[in-house]
Design a protein around this ligand. Structure first.
Ligand code: IMP
Ligand code: MG
Length: 185
């Protein structure tokens, strides 16, 4: 089986190619670098989904920065948000008086980000911004907005790849796609 035949066996449609993603991430990294000139940024990468996005965007940040990781959950293993917020892995760095940028894979209902921002505000950072690779504003149930968004997805597709999973699989794809229907059922 070649690599391509694996990809063809799972993906219905590729929505964002590897080149699309890398080009957009480079732009976002340059934008953040310009906007935070003279500051030190504390990035918080949200595991597991943002691991690939984080490692790629951080290579385009040309400033002093700290990088930490959190793992939080509002999702089960399916495609419907439960709204329950649990901190599974907390910060290791102190963010008091720091300029924080959260790196997230996707903003969907916004439950995760709203809960996370409220949680982090208790630690008195100087500022908190949210940088998400994908944004589905049509699905939002609150006022959470992305300060930086890679791609705004207008359709209500459930997408996988480039960190995004379906039941913990497909995070390793270098592109983002919709899976074949038979995989979801
Ligand atoms: P929210 O709390 O509804 O905004 O959900 C955010 C989390 O749900 C993300 O960090 C993802 O883990 C997951 N999620 C939402 N939409 C998708 C999708 O289209 N594909 C894969 N995961 C998704
Ligand atoms: Mg997920």
């Amino acid at each position: 089986m070649t690599n391509n035949s694996y990809y063809e066996s799972i993906s219905e449609k590729i929505l964002y190619s590897e080149a699309d993603i890398q080009n957009r991430i480079k732009q976002l990294g340059e934008q953040i670098t310009n906007e935070y000139k003279g500051k030190q940024i504390t990035f918080i990468s949200i595991l597991n989904g943002a691991f690939m996005f984080s490692s790629d965007i951080l290579k385009h940040i040309k400033l002093d920065c700290e990088i930490d990781f959190m793992q939080v959950s509002t999702y089960g293993s399916g495609t419907v948000s439960s709204g329950n917020f649990v901190v599974k892995k907390d910060l290791s760095v102190d963010i008091e008086n720091k300029d924080v940028i959260i790196l997230e894979d996707i903003l969907d209902t916004g439950y995760t980000m709203e809960n996370l921002i409220n949680y982090l505000k208790e630690k008195n950072p100087r500022s908190i911004k949210c940088c998400t690779l994908f944004d589905k504003p049509a699905r939002r149930v609150n006022n959470v907005k992305a300060d930086y968004a890679g791609f705004v997805e207008k359709n209500d597709y459930f997408i996988v790849g480039y960190g995004l999973d379906y039941s913990q699989k497909y995070r390793n794809l270098p592109f983002v796609c919709i899976l074949k229907k038979e995989i979801y059922s």
